[in-house]
Design a protein around this ligand. Structure first.
Ligand code: URA
Length: 233
């Protein structure tokens, strides 16, 4: 692939801007400045630098962000900054978007990608990808609440009951829930429906991918392969 096309595909701006960066000697491949935008480079495992910042070629972008509280998942946030502002400009420019949404005050594992097919797969109810939530509740979690969540509760905008794939009290006010759908405010509404209230909510895993302990709030990292989420890798 031509070097200018590589930069363009990775989100470094319009084609002209990418050609300009290369011609200005701001791009290195294998540690050497390459100033010819038309030079062909193999993309497999390609590492390059743009204005001193190291980058690795990814045909599709897939990243895991530890979402902090106080950020919105929408593209055009109203009251809070967007989670996209926590990612470097090339990722935003290539159009990554959150896979599903977390509320402004929810923390934890949020995946973002520019792969539309993957977004569809991971958000489609057909695929039943489990998401693990840790809720801190206002009142102690009772065995009756846990069994009601497992049996299924009716939410006001939906005639069919929704049930947790798994639910357990891990502490007096610590409820762990596994959900395979992603309805609006689902955890908060399910917990409210059984007579308790979520005070804090954290997503600790998305599919087979657990939020790593060394990924702090606001930090992100590349996920090399969607198989990590489906548990096939
Ligand atoms: N359920 C909620 O209520 N909020 C979230 O952010 C995610 C799941």
């Amino acid at each position: 692939m031509k070097l200018a096309q590589v930069l363009f595909s990775q989100g470094f701006g319009a084609r002209r801007e990418c050609e300009g960066l290369i011609a200005a000697g701001l791009v290195r491949v294998g540690g050497q400045v390459v100033d010819d935008p038309a030079v062909d480079v193999p993309t497999e495992g390609l590492q390059f630098e743009v204005e001193g910042k190291a980058w690795t070629y990814h045909e599709k972008a897939l990243v895991l962000l530890h979402k902090p509280a106080g950020y919105e998942c929408s593209q055009k946030p109203s009251a809070w900054p967007s989670v996209l502002s926590l990612l470097p400009a090339p990722l935003r420019k290539r159009g990554v978007q959150p896979i599903g949404r977390l509320d402004q005050d929810t923390t934890g594992a949020l995946l973002l990608t520019d792969d539309g097919t993957l977004i569809h797969k991971l958000t489609s109810p057909k695929h039943h990808v489990p998401k693990v939530y840790e809720a801190t509740t206002a009142d102690p979690v009772t065995p009756g609440q846990v069994s009601a969540l497992l049996k299924g509760v009716v939410l006001h905008d939906d005639p069919l009951p929704v049930r947790a794939a798994a639910a357990q009290a891990l502490g007096e006010r610590h409820l762990q829930l596994v959900l395979t759908e992603g309805k609006y405010h689902q955890v908060k509404r399910m917990v409210a429906a059984v007579g308790n209230r979520v005070e804090q909510l954290h997503r600790s895993a998305f599919g087979a991918l657990a939020l790593p302990a060394d990924l702090g709030p606001g930090q992100w990292r590349w996920i090399p392969d969607p198989g990590v989420i489906f548990g096939t890798r």
